[in-house]
Design a protein. Structure first.
Length: 429
C-alpha cells in the first residue's frame, strides 16, 4: 500500500453518520496520514451539507488532507486504498415501508430483520455488487469496508461472488463488549463472539485468565441495547436457558410476539423517528460555526461506528495484528459452518485482512440457530442476485420472523411493488 498517497473514499458520504468517520480519521491522523478524502453521494443536498461540515472539521484540525465532494463513483474509487461504504438504497422512506407494510400481515417490520430486513437486502445487494465491480475495475487492491445493512448478507454476497478484498462491520459487538466490561467491573475482556450479523452471542468472557461467563449468566447480565431498537432486555431465566449473552437484536426472535405488539402500538416507526433526527442534524450541520461532531448524533443507532471502522482501516494499513469482530469468510472459525459462509467472529487484523480465530462452540442452541439463519441468508442472497421469486419465498419460509406462507406471500408482493423502483432484478422485462 502506497504510504505516500493514502486515498480514502466514503461512498454514501451524505449520511449524517459521516462526521463520526471524519472525527475518527482526525483522531488517527498520525497513523493514518490521509492525503485525499473523496466524499461520494448521489444526494446532492445532503452531500453538500455533510461534506461542508467534513471540510470544516478537517480544516479546524489543521491536517493536510484534500477533501473532494463528488457524485461520481468512479472518480471516488480511482487509486483509493480504502473504500468505506454506508449506503441506504431508497433512503429512509424505503425503510419506513419495510417497517409499516409487514404489520398489516402480523409480521415484524424492521430495518435488518424479518421480511423488512429481507427487502433491505434485496435493494442493497445489487447496488453493493455494482460498487464491488467498479472496485475490481478501478482500484483492485483497495479494501472495501462495508457497514451498510444488512451487513452479513452483503458480506455473504460480495465475498462469494467477487474478487474484492472486503470486510463487513457492525457496531453491535464493540457496544456489547464495552457494556459487559462496565457491568462486570472489568477493565478489559477478551470474548468469543459467535454467530452472524445481528444474530450473535458472546460465549466466553475472559480477563486475566479468568472466565466470567458463568458469573454473567448467573447474574443475568444483559449487554447494552442499540439505540435504534426498542429494547426491554433479556430475563435472567432466558440468559440461563441460552447459556450465553445474546445481542439485543435477538429480542426479535426470543420475544417475537411482544416485539410485534409494540411495533403496532408505537406512534412512529424507528424510520420516522430517524427522519426527524436526520433533518435536525442536517440543520445543525449547516451552521458555519460548527466544526465538530454534534452530541445529538449519538441518538442515531450508529454509536461508535467510526471507532470500529477507523480502527479496522488503521489495523490493515499499519499491519497491527489486533483482534476485532468482523464479518468475514468462516475459514474454519466455527467448525459447524461451511468454510465459505460469511460469519461474525473475532479475527486478527493484519495488512492481509482478517484471520478468523477458531472458536470451540458446543452450544447446540446457538449452532442450530446460526445454521438455520445462514440457510435463510443464502436463499436471500440468491434471490437478490437473480430476482428468483421462488428463492425469495424459500428464504422467507425459513426465517422464524416470517415462516407462514399465507402471510409471507402477499406481504412479499406488496413490498415488492412498493419498492419496484429499486428492484430491477424482480422486474426484468
Amino acid at each position: 500500500m502506497d504510504q505516500k498517497k493514502l486515498k480514502i473514499a466514503i461512498v454514501g458520504a451524505g449520511s449524517t453518520y459521516t462526521p463520526e468517520l471524519i472525527e475518527g480519521l482526525i483522531n488517527k491522523h498520525n497513523s493514518l496520514p490521509v492525503k485525499e478524502l473523496y466524499l461520494m453521494d448521489i444526494d446532492e443536498r445532503k452531500l453538500n451539507i455533510v461534506g461542508s461540515l467534513a471540510k470544516r472539521m478537517i480544516l479546524a484540525s489543521k491536517q493536510d488532507t484534500k477533501v473532494v465532494l463528488t457524485d461520481s463513483l468512479d472518480d471516488a474509487l480511482v487509486d483509493a486504498s480504502f473504500v468505506l461504504v454506508q449506503i441506504r438504497v431508497g433512503k429512509l422512506p424505503a425503510r419506513i415501508l419495510d417497517e409499516k407494510i409487514p404489520l398489516k400481515y402480523d409480521l415484524i417490520g424492521q430495518e435488518t430483520n424479518g421480511i423488512g430486513g429481507f427487502f433491505k437486502g434485496m435493494r442493497t445487494i445489487p447496488a453493493m455488487m455494482h460498487i464491488a465491480k467498479r472496485i475490481e475495475a478501478l482500484c483492485p487492491d483497495a479494501w472495501l469496508i462495508n457497514f451498510s445493512n444488512p451487513s452479513g448478507m452483503i458480506a455473504e454476497a460480495i465475498l462469494n461472488n467477487t474478487n474484492v478484498k472486503m470486510l463487513g462491520l457492525c457496531n453491535v459487538p464493540i457496544n456489547m463488549i464495552g457494556s459487559l466490561e462496565k457491568r462486570l467491573g472489568l477493565d478489559h475482556i477478551d470474548v468469543e463472539f459467535v454467530g452472524l450479523n445481528h444474530l450473535s452471542w458472546i460465549t466466553s468472557i475472559k480477563s486475566n485468565g479468568v472466565d466470567y461467563l458463568e458469573k454473567a449468566i448467573n447474574e443475568g447480565v444483559n449487554s447494552e441495547a442499540m439505540k435504534n431498537i426498542p429494547s426491554t432486555g433479556f430475563s435472567a431465566e432466558l440468559i440461563k436457558t441460552v447459556k450465553a449473552i445474546p445481542s439485543s437484536y435477538l429480542e426479535y426472535y426470543y420475544y417475537k410476539d411482544e416485539k410485534l405488539k409494540k411495533a403496532k402500538e408505537v406512534e412512529k416507526t424507528r424510520g420516522e423517528v430517524c427522519v426527524d433526527l436526520e433533518e435536525s442534524l442536517l440543520k445543525q450541520y449547516q451552521s458555519k460555526e460548527l466544526h465538530e461532531k454534534p452530541a445529538e448524533l449519538s441518538k442515531r443507532g450508529g454509536a461508535r461506528y467510526s471507532e470500529v471502522a477507523i480502527n479496522l482501516v488503521n489495523s490493515i494499513y499499519n499491519n497491527i495484528g489486533d483482534i476485532q469482530v468482523v464479518n468475514c469468510l468462516n475459514k474454519g472459525a466455527l467448525s459447524f459452518m461451511d468454510e465459505t459462509d460469511a460469519v461474525e467472529v473475532c479475527a486478527k487484523i493484519t495488512k492481509d485482512g482478517a484471520i478468523p480465530l477458531k472458536v470451540k462452540c458446543d452450544n447446540e442452541h446457538i449452532i442450530a440457530y446460526t445454521k438455520m439463519m445462514k440457510a435463510y441468508e443464502k436463499h436471500a442472497v440468491k434471490a437478490a442476485l437473480t430476482g428468483d421469486e421462488d428463492e425469495a419465498m424459500r428464504a422467507l419460509l425459513i426465517n422464524p420472523l416470517v415462516g407462514d406462507y399465507k402471510k409471507a406471500k402477499p406481504c412479499f408482493e406488496e413490498l415488492k411493488e412498493a419498492h419496484k423502483a429499486y428492484l430491477p432484478q424482480f422486474y426484468k422485462g
